[in-house]
Design a protein around this ligand. Structure first.
Ligand code: URA
Length: 189
């Protein structure tokens, strides 16, 4: 068992559990507050993330940061952000099921160290992997689902919002519902 996120990260930096390690510039482990009670989980690093070693730093990440900020959240103050897979899939293709499985121990480690009260699955890949196999983001976004001591919620991926801005208001509602829930739980002032 790992004591803290830094120890887990050091180990993850050496990972060769799947073929994605061969093409990576960086393992994109995760970022944000180590004491966050809210964790956001995306799909996998894109080009910018691979080059910088940090999740959601490209165009879609900038949109996500802006929306999070509006709802009272930021990676600097109160959330932790990670991905299903820590290495970039070539040409930004979806991570394959065996790659997700190979990477799962790192995500499990992050969740067991952080013990988040709420996990937000950002996009289809995270929601179908972690909430429900046939999760439909367009229909089920914004709903809180209790799993043990953790609340789970699925929402739109910011890349999908860039392709389809008509979904932005619904995505913003999800984050405002997240803020309301966080206040209810005493996580947000
Ligand atoms: N998309 C994701 O799902 N994760 C990132 O880190 C960047 C883009």
């Amino acid at each position: 068992m790992y004591e803290n996120l830094d120890e887990l990260r050091q180990e993850a930096l050496q990972c060769k559990n799947c073929g994605l390690h061969a093409g990576r510039h960086n393992v994109v482990f995760g970022t944000g507050r180590p004491d966050a009670k809210i964790m956001l989980i995306g799909e996998g690093p894109g080009e910018n993330e691979d080059l910088q070693g940090e999740p959601f730093v490209g165009r879609s990440g900038q949109l996500m940061d802006k929306m999070l900020e509006y709802a009272g959240f930021s990676r600097k103050t109160n959330v932790y952000i990670a991905n299903m897979v820590k290495c970039r899939p070539p040409q930004n293709r979806d991570p394959a099921p065996d790659e997700i499985t190979a990477c799962l121990p790192w995500l499990r480690g992050q969740v067991s160290i952080l013990r988040p009260a709420i996990i937000v699955c950002v996009g289809r890949i995270a929601a179908t992997s972690l909430i429900q196999k046939d999760f439909k983001v367009t229909k089920q976004h914004g709903q809180f689902i209790q799993r043990g001591s953790t609340l789970m919620m699925g929402t739109f991926h910011p890349a999908a919002l860039l392709r389809n801005p008509a979904s932005k208001p619904a995505a913003m509602e999800d984050l405002l519902a997240l803020a309301a829930k966080a206040r209810e739980l005493g996580i947000l002032p």
